[in-house]
Design a protein around this ligand. Structure first.
Ligand code: FAD
Length: 329
């Protein structure tokens, strides 16, 4: 197929962070792109936490600097209304974390050590624990960001179709790129990637009136600011053995309050308004995968819990690979 023999005709399956970032970079490189999205997916419900110091010891993520740079550029492209650049506070909930966090604050220019009084003053209702303030931390309003990217892709000439597709529907495209999140399980070509699928849930809560913190906060679990000032997200669960992929309020509340209680003992005053669930996709080494998986079929997957950190960087890289290949390859 070629509507125009000089332009590569491309199909992307999935309009989450990965698919939309990829779509943007393919369009910038002159691709003729149609993106199909069946609805749902992890990106639309992600809490929006973005910083490069995850994990128990807050080590700098692999490709953390590069990821932050590319994501920031895309956020700026969409506009300031889709994110809050107010930093992220990480409480140290164990002695091991206290040591690791102190070290990180000494090493990293964008990380500050905060004593327990300063942390408590910043987060009313929290426990007296020290922590690190990650100045470069950003809270992204995921839905608004996706809508903004979708609009930019349309303006660049992308064709966007809200429907679920399989490979039979996509015959005639020069290249097909799977950015399908948990939906990648229905594509046989992706079996060889040996992916892991973990259910994640979060609680949508009404913020108590006294909670006036301006940054998202993490400890064990997290409180993420929402685009709606009256509410916040409390998360999240990592469930390998689940009986359903649907939201399960009882399990989510038990697991999340148990974590949150370690640094926000006043969690009982957060009124739970709803519960959301989706699947995280990870590779064996917890690094994203991009590349060719079959004749003319590519994938971008394995974003795990760091979709915001990695989608733009790897979307851009895959766009270069897809557009750089000769049409016979
Ligand atoms: C509870 C929870 C909280 C999270 N919080 C954060 C956070 O704070 N920060 C962060 O960085 N990450 C977070 N994540 C992880 C983040 O959401 C993922 O890494 C990211 O969303 C993955 O993006 P993706 O585009 O690869 O997949 P997805 O967002 O899952 O997108 C896949 C898309 O493909 C579409 N699709 C699938 N199959 C088909 C098909 N056959 N036809 C058409 N369309 C199809 C789906 O409709 C979906 O829109 C969280 C995840 C969970 C579960």
């Amino acid at each position: 197929m070629s509507k125009n023999s000089n332009r590569r005709v491309l199909a992307i399956v999935g309009g989450g962070f990965s698919g939309l970032a990829l779509c943007y970079y393919l369009l910038k490189k002159g691709g003729d792109v149609t993106l199909f999205d069946g609805g749902g997916g992890a990106s639309k419900m992600a809490s929006g936490l973005l910083h490069p110091y995850p994990g128990e010891s807050a080590f700098l993520s692999w490709k953390g600097i590069e990821g932050m740079k590319e994501t920031r550029a895309l956020l700026e492209r969409v506009g300031p209304e889709v994110y809050k650049e107010t930093g992220i506070l990480r409480f140290a909930v164990s002695e091991k974390q206290r040591k690791a966090f102190k070290q990180r604050a000494e090493e990293k220019e964008d990380v500050e050590w905060w004593d327990k009084e300063k942390c408590h003053a910043a987060v009313p209702g929290s426990a007296y624990l020290p922590g690190i303030f990650i100045r470069s931390g950003i809270t992204v309003h995921a839905k608004a960001y996706l809508e903004g990217l979708w609009k930019i892709c349309e303006d660049l000439g992308g064709h966007l179709e809200k429907k679920k597709v399989d490979l039979d529907d996509l015959q005639g495209f020069d290249r097909i790129i799977l950015a399908a999140g948990g939906g990648i399980r229905s594509f046989a070509a992706a079996k060889k990637l040996d992916l892991r699928f973990t259910k994640g849930q979060l609680l949508v809560c009404k913020k108590p009136h006294y909670f006036t913190g301006e940054s998202s906060v993490t400890g064990k679990g997290y409180l993420a600011l929402s685009e709606n000032n009256d509410q916040c997200y409390l998360g999240s669960t990592y469930e390998r053995n689940h009986t359903t992929e649907a939201p399960c309020l009882g399990t989510a509340t038990d697991l999340i309050f148990n974590q949150i209680g370690q640094f926000i003992p006043s969690y009982g005053s957060f009124e739970v308004k709803g519960c959301l669930a989706e699947m995280r996709v990870s590779t064996k080494d917890y690094r994203p995968f991009i590349g060719k998986i079959d004749e003319n079929i590519y994938a971008i997957t394995g974003m795990g819990s760091r979709g915001l950190l990695y989608h733009a960087y790897f979307g851009k890289k895959l766009a270069e690979e897809v557009m750089g290949c000769s049409s016979s390859s």
